[in-house]
Design a protein around this ligand. Structure first.
Ligand code: NDP
Ligand code: GDR
Length: 338
């Protein structure tokens, strides 16, 4: 029988890859989309068909902060699986918008769990909560596992810790199938342009074609465990197919600095990052997470999941993509209508 899934955050990086994966697997996919004055559906345009055709991808207006509308939607579409990926997901921005961040990331997750609890009285629904390595914060133990204590360092991370515990609490209190994926940083050519990896690959491409002179960054010494988003959405799906609800770290098990990533990207374009990268303190954070390194052993053992793409390959995919994008931008700029 065809399965039915609801994805919050379907217009984001992960939501778009997950929607592709679930459609390939034969699911009907419902996506929650925020109303905005311009279209926000660029990442899923290639899989979206006209609503008047028999499409297995169906979009619904909604917002994680509107719990009543979310409950109505969940009770109407009766999903077998809910993937809660929606979030104000930028750590630096969460210091500027702490309350809004808590509303979407924390209360939003609780709204999803409440809606699922009500549906669960009628049919079993499985819930995936997008938890984050940011919850470990100023790390108390390396590498980080499912048992490492949290020590969050930002409003975003505090809100994710709240959502993590609510997910565990709903599992224990109501016998619900509710699982956390504790995902370490994962990137792609669809990554938002203000996250550091994409900021670097976008700038390097533009520098290569002569459209930009400098790249301004913050802390170059922060270390992150970076994987490829396409690999990670497969892990999310496996977490919900497991025979029991549980919490899993998804990571590569390798950590590198922001500086290393910049060096790698510029090298791939035969450039030296030191000639172009400048430090701008505006990108420093009030509190920084200096080191993240995940131990994905449990996911490997119980789910058979492993990150398939290494950092060099990830940097190559993103750099090639953004060089082509920069070339098209340069071409469009040079075009003079006759
Ligand atoms: P993105 O920032 O790319 O996407 C976030 C999505 O959430 C977008 O679709 C956005 O909609 C939507 N959204 C934001 N606010 C609301 C709201 N109030 N109501 C409904 N939807 C909303 O994030 P990613 O795809 O990178 O990440 C997916 C999830 O995984 C997030 O929860 C993130 O915090 C978490 N995570 C991400 C990691 C990563 O490395 N990428 C690692 C660990 C966890 P819109 O397009 O309209 O802005
Ligand atoms: P992060 O990702 O905070 O880990 O959160 P981000 O790419 O924003 O920062 C990674 C590291 O790079 C440093 N940095 C910069 N960051 C940004 N954005 N811009 C800069 O100019 C810059 N210069 C240096 C940061 O200080 C940081 O140390 C991401 C998000 O996807 C979260 O939603 C997710 O939960 C975590 O990953 C896991």
């Amino acid at each position: 029988m065809t399965k039915n899934a609801l994805i919050t955050g379907i217009t984001g990086q992960d939501g778009s890859y997950l929607a592709e994966l679930l459609l390939e697997k034969g699911y009907t996919v419902h996506g929650l989309v925020r109303r905005s004055s311009t279209f926000s559906t660029e990442r899923i345009e290639h899989i979206y068909q006209d609503v008047h055709e028999d499409s297995r991808l169906r979009l619904h207006y909604g917002d994680l902060t509107d719990g009543q509308a979310l409950t109505n939607l969940v009770l109407e579409i009766e999903p077998d699986e809910i993937y809660n990926l929606g979030a104000q997901s930028h750590v630096r921005v969460s210091f500027d918008q702490p309350v809004y961040t808590l509303q979407t990331v924390g209360v939003g997750a609780l709204n999803v769990l409440e809606a699922a609890r009500l549906l669960n009285k009628k049919k079993q629904v499985r819930v995936y909560q997008a938890s984050s390595s940011e919850m470990y914060g100023d790390v108390l133990q390396t590498p980080q596992t499912e048992l490492t204590p949290f020590n969050p360092q930002s409003p975003y991370a505090c809100a994710k810790v709240f959502a993590f515990h609510q997910t565990v609490n709903y599992r224990q209190s109501y016998d619900m199938f509710a699982s956390n994926g504790i995902l370490f940083n994962h990137e792609s050519e669809r990554r938002g342009e203000t996250f550091v990896t994409r900021k670097i690959t976008r700038a390097a491409g533009r520098i290569k074609v002569g459209m930009q002179k400098k790249l301004y960054l913050g802390n170059l010494d922060a270390k992150r465990d970076w994987g490829y988003a396409k690999d990670y959405v497969e892990g999310m799906w496996r977490i919900l197919q497991h025979d029991e609800p549980d919490d899993f770290v998804l990571a590569t098990g390798r950590t590198e600095t922001v500086r290393d990533f910049a060096r790698l990207v510029f090298q791939q374009l035969d450039l030296d990052y030191e000639d172009f990268v400048e430090i701008d303190p505006r990108y420093f954070r009030p509190a920084e997470v200096e080191l993240l390194l995940g131990d994905p052993s449990k996911a490997k053992e119980k789910l058979g999941w492993e990150a398939a793409t290494d950092l060099e390959e990830l940097a190559r995919i993103m750099t090639e993509h953004d060089l082509e994008l920069a070339k098209r931008e340069a071409h469009a700029k040079s075009f003079v209508p006759s």
